[in-house]
Structure formats: C-alpha cells, structure tokens
Design a protein. Structure first.
Length: 160
C-alpha cells in the first residue's frame, strides 16, 4: 500500500467531492440538528495517494465549536478516517475551538464505534429528529444499515 497525504480540499477537488457526497449521502446536502449544510461548499480535507483519493472530511466552525459534517473513508483499514479526523482537530484547535462535534443517526453503528474509539463521547440523543430532517432533505431513507429504521440523531463530542 502506498503512503497517503492529507491536504485541504481545493478547487480541483470539487467535482470529486460532489461525486462522493452523492454516492454516500444521496446528495450534496446534509442535515444535522435541524440545519441544512451544503457539504460540497464546506472546508475540508482529502486523503490522497499517488494514484487516487482515499477519503474526505468536511467541517464547519461557528464560534468555539467545530462540527464534522461528513467523513468518508474509501480505503478502510489504512487509518484514513483517523488521519482526516486528526487534520480537523488540528484546524479546530488553531481556530481556538473548544469542542469538536458531530451528529450521526441511530442506525450507523459502524460510525458510533469508530468515533468512540477516537475519543468522542455521546452527549445527546435527539429522538425522532429525522422527521424534521426529512422536511429539509426528503431523500433521507427510512431504513439504514442492517435494516435499522433511521429515526434519531446521536450527537457526539470531543473536548479539545
């Protein structure tokens, strides 16, 4: 396996970013905590090796909080997700953020495992939040991973 580097998303990455978001999120729009994010327009990082892009993360900073909006590792088992998180942590600290937050859905057991292994803790359960999210993004499916109904948002946090 070739080594990879983490770099900021640049203008030449936008077509690829758009494609990944559509493939993995159903569109370039992502809803979290009642807010619609146009993830293809957000700041972020790309993991890349000499032949291809291996993953990406998008985030937003408001005040002292940094929110991870999307994280996609396209080459699992190589530490790509962890490296992308490390890059966001670094930029959040440089921006004097005190917390790194993210939201995932109740069906996303793989993400819950990954984020908790990275030091994130569950701070809130927003029951039936997807009812409101679907008003902003009607394409959110009713059923997710392993046939689990997608109903709730789980909020995780890492104190910086």
């Amino acid at each position: 396996m070739a080594p990879y580097v983490i770099r900021q998303i640049g203008p030449n990455d936008r077509t690829w970013v758009n494609s990944v978001l559509r493939d993995h999120w159903g569109s370039t729009d992502v809803v979290s905590r009642g807010r619609l994010h146009h993830a293809d327009q957000l700041a972020g990082f790309v993991a890349t090796d000499t032949s291809s892009n291996l993953g990406m993360v998008t985030y937003t900073i408001v005040g002292t909080e940094c929110e991870i909006v999307t994280l996609n590792s396209l080459s699992e088992g190589r530490g790509v997700g962890s490296a992308l998180l490390k890059a966001v942590k670094s930029i959040a600290r440089e921006s004097t953020c005190t917390h790194l937050r993210l939201v995932t859905t109740n069906d996303n057991l793989k993400a819950l495992r990954f984020y908790q292994m990275q030091g994130f803790v569950l701070v809130a359960l927003h029951r039936n939040a997807l009812d409101e999210s679907r008003k902003l993004k009607p394409g959110i499916p009713a059923t997710g991973s392993d046939g689990i109904p997608i109903r709730d948002e789980l909020e995780l946090e890492l104190v910086l």
